[in-house]
Design a binder for this molecule. Structure first.
Ligand SMILES: Nc1nc2c(ncn2[C@@H]2O[C@H](COP(=O)(O)OP(=O)(O)OP(=O)(O)O)[C@@H](O)[C@H]2O)c(=O)[nH]1
Ligand SMILES: [Mg+2]
Length: 227
């Protein structure tokens, strides 16, 4: 089996007015990967986010603001590199875990999914923590397999899988990206990660977003198991 290095890695994200966080996120990726990972930002900002991204050598793809999933879906299929990692551009996810994620892909996993709830996610608002635990239970019940964090923004994927599956969800894309591979028999592993408090404003309405995510989980689980 091929052993991938940081030269085979792309880190991709949707960015929507993340001026307060992007410097730190891209700086962390560069220092952890010695500047070797490709960075792709699908950007809908009207602040300085895209300029900062370009200064850091990131590929910036402009897109009108249509929601998380539209941005991340475009970002996921942009790189030619064989391993693609997603993150949010809000400084919540530990880029220092990139080597561990790559290592797990090298061990044979197709998807490595950051599990924020394992360590308690104290930095997450209580409402979100409760919601995320509930989504995980819902998905686990519908799939017959226990998962712990369906809505995490940090995952590593083998590139082919991203192109072999058709993705349909917007706010629920993160859950879809875990559920479809699992139910199709890909090797999926949840890896505990620490989670930090967000820098800058949230882009997600918790009630509306939460309802959309629950709907996506039910839809995707039913589609995969009953056509
Ligand atoms: N390009 C683009 N990016 C988006 C859009 N909506 C959200 N994003 C980005 O997607 C990522 C996730 O959004 P967040 O606001 O962090 O959503 P969240 O993680 O559910 O909420 P928090 O708990 O506040 O972090 C961030 O990097 C956003 O900038 C959009 O419409 N277009
Ligand atoms: Mg976030």
């Amino acid at each position: 089996m091929t052993t991938y290095t940081f030269d085979d890695l792309a880190v991709v994200m949707g960015t929507y007015n993340e001026e307060a966080a992007i410097e730190s996120v891209l700086g962390d990726i560069e220092s952890v990967t010695d500047g070797r990972a490709e960075i792709v930002c699908v950007d809908s900002s009207d602040d300085r986010t895209p300029e900062i991204a370009r200064e850091h050598g990131a590929t910036v793809i402009d897109q009108p603001p249509m929601g998380y999933g539209y941005a991340v879906r475009e970002a996921l299929v942009a790189p030619d590199r064989p391993v693609v990692v997603t993150t949010d551009c809000d400084d919540t996810y530990p880029m220092e875990k990139l080597p561990a994620f790559l290592e797990l892909i090298n061990e044979g996993y197709d998807v490595v999914s950051g599990d924020r709830l394992y360590h308690g996610a104290d930095a997450m608002p209580a409402f979100n923590r409760f919601g995320n635990a509930a989504f995980a239970l819902l998905a686990s019940g519908l799939m017959g397999e226990r998962v712990h964090d369906t809505t995490t923004g940090m995952r590593a994927y083998r590139r082919e899988l991203l192109h072999d599956i058709e993705w349909t969800e917007n706010t629920g894309l993160s859950a879809e990206l875990l559920i479809r591979p699992l139910l199709r028999g890909y090797e999926v592993r949840e890896e505990p990660i620490p989670y930090r408090e967000r820098a800058g404003e949230t882009k997600l309405d918790p009630i509306e977003g939460g309802a959309a995510i629950a709907k996506s989980i039910v839809k995707v689980c039913l589609e995969e198991q009953f056509g």
